[in-house]
Design a protein around this ligand. Structure first.
Ligand SMILES: [Zn+2]
Length: 311
């Protein structure tokens, strides 16, 4: 990260913003058409590298970036990885620079018989468009691109500099991302990063996710005996390694769902009072949360109310 620039877009509402929002509305049909065009490409990254569909999706993403105003958009390749796409627009080196992120690869479509409409034929039903990868994360690509295009149409320029990276292997664990970031570090330098691989809290409530839970992966092997034992003969006196493993796993969280591993949260920044208040002010509907989670009737949630969900 470089030091914060002295000069920026300022805190006063920009008159250009209203124009940009108007341009966004005007261009919405074209944005949705472009999203559907990209969603027709079956860019399933679980397929072996190289895959023609994932490459086509990367090339199409680069073309849409150029169309939006990122003139230099191009593919970036890492050996063994599906292609990444990078586009830049540096308006003025004195302005802050945003690093934008999205991914153009998608999860496999699964059993086609379970789809109401074909996974790679985006189909509108009601106020939603259904298709594999629409939400995760091709709409994310177009949230950024539509905003960029609208600003350029309205004001002739962006209020900040942008570098936009679109990954091609997010759905298979971003195996090459760390090496990619190291290799292209200079091209990705920015003051802040904005990802769209997240979600709005609810329709009509634009949301910026500032924190997510992390993930730790470990492999644990529990061994008790040199060979298999007959449960009828041995089940009483000797402890069962599987039960031992169950106890270990159960000890990782408290009954209320909080992580019980000592030191796990040490070094993590605590939410400020203002952040907690802002969170508590968000609309929260337990019934909707249960519905969206697919919770079976009678299931007891770990936390109740928005304030506790953050703990
Ligand atoms: Zn995603």
């Amino acid at each position: 990260m470089k030091p914060s620039p002295r000069r920026g877009p300022g805190t006063a509402p920009s008159p250009d913003l209203a124009e940009a929002l108007r341009a966004l509305d005007t261009g919405m049909d074209a944005t949705i058409a472009a999203l559907c065009r990209l969603a027709r490409v079956p860019s399933v990254s679980a397929r072996p590298v190289p895959d023609p569909a994932v490459r086509e999706s990367a090339e199409l993403t680069a073309a849409f970036m150029r169309e939006a105003g990122l003139a230099d958009a191009h593919l970036l390749e890492m050996p063994g990885a599906h292609p990444y796409v990078l586009g830049n627009r540096i308006e003025d080196p004195a302005l802050p620079t945003l690093l934008l992120y999205a991914h153009h690869d998608v999860q496999p479509e699964g059993d086609p018989a379970r789809w109401t409409s074909p996974p790679f034929q985006p189909t509108r039903r009601g106020d939603r468009i259904y298709g594999r990868g629409i939400v995760d994360d091709k709409a994310g690509v177009f949230v950024h691109l539509a905003a960029i295009a609208a600003w350029i149409r309205a004001a002739g320029r962006l209020p900040v500099n942008v570098r936009f990276i679109v990954e091609g292997e997010e759905e298979i664990g971003s195996e090459h991302l760390a090496a990619f970031l190291r290799r292209h570090r200079a091209q990705l330098e920015a003051d802040a990063i904005v990802l769209t691989d997240t979600a709005n809290l609810t329709a009509g409530l634009p949301s910026l996710t500032t924190r997510l839970r992390g993930l730790v992966k470990v492999q644990v092997e529990v061994r008790g005996y040199e060979h298999a034992l007959h449960s009828g003969f041995w089940g009483g006196p000797v402890p069962d390694p599987v039960m031992g493993m169950c106890r270990m796993l159960a000890s990782l969280v408290r009954d209320d769902g909080r992580v019980a591993v000592p030191g796990c949260a040490s070094g993590a920044s605590r939410a400020t009072r203002a952040e907690r208040d802002a969170l508590a002010a968000l609309p929260f509907n337990e019934r909707a949360l249960r519905r969206d989670a697919g919770a079976v009737s009678g299931l007891r949630l770990h936390a109740r109310g928005a304030r506790h969900c953050e703990a």
